[in-house]
Design a protein around this ligand. Sequence first.
Ligand code: NAP
Length: 284
Amino acid sequence: MAWTVGLIGHPVGHSISPIFQQAAIDEVGLSARYEAWDTEPQALAARVARLREPDCWGANVTIPHKEAVIPLLDEIDLAARHIGAVNTIVNREGRLYGHNTDVVGFRRALQDLGFAVTGCDVVVLGAGGAARAIVFALIEDRARSITVVNRTAERAQRLVQDMLPLTDGDTMLKAVTYTYLAEALKKCRLLVNCTSVGLKGSATDGQLPLAADLIPTGSGLLVYDLIASPPVTPLVQAARDRGVRAEGGLSMLVLQGAASFELWTGQPAPLRVMMQAATKAMAG
Ligand code: NAP
């Protein structure tokens, strides 16, 4: 049988997921096509219903449907439930399971950099869907403290309220406004940008999510920018200019996709091939 799987979003034309997922499928020799399914909100229910067909593995889900798909699925895993967003759907004999692989993608990206989160003080910029996945991962990995800073203060407060019950008292989790950012950055060892500020082609293309002179310096510090395009974001460049180790989000993008691939196929993802295809697609 020729299988199908795809990306549900609107728009989807800019996404490189079809490229590196197809490269993975071809590399392991499976007979499947990964397609881009541009889906307007009113067509979402019908698109998701089609995932139940026996020839379909499921889908990735991206903006703006990550929350809206939840009521259309049969089961949601713990992480996706707490985060409130699904980015991977798996079809198991007509039943649809929702997952959020941003958690494992982020975790594996930090592991590959040799960075250990346990006992570490972290500042998270942003409080949208991606920030919720990152905070969930940081709590699970027992960061010592997580300070969430967001332009819209209420959104950061809501994130903290939702996640606080997960901390078991091991992690100090709080929301502060940008006024207190400098203070929070003084002792932080990991700064994660989960805002979209600096995203190529957006209104904030070329901009930094914080003043360059606030970027903390010091040995053992890591700046991780979730933004994958451009590969070297303004934040990554500014941090490197200050002598700080900094990485963009391409590694996480590929690793979250690899986790989706493993959920669909039950096979290890060919990471090297996926990363090569993604890097080439970004360059082109
Ligand atoms: P989202 O839910 O729309 O959240 C966007 C965040 O950016 C919010 O916190 C928003 O603040 C903030 N923001 C936007 N414009 C801003 C500005 N001009 N000044 C200050 N803050 C601003 O988006 P998301 O799904 O969380 O995604 C966030 C970013 O992460 C995107 O760039 C996305 O591409 C990236 N991402 C990467 C991966 C990966 O695998 N590498 C995975 C997921 C997401 P307000 O709340 O005040 O609006």
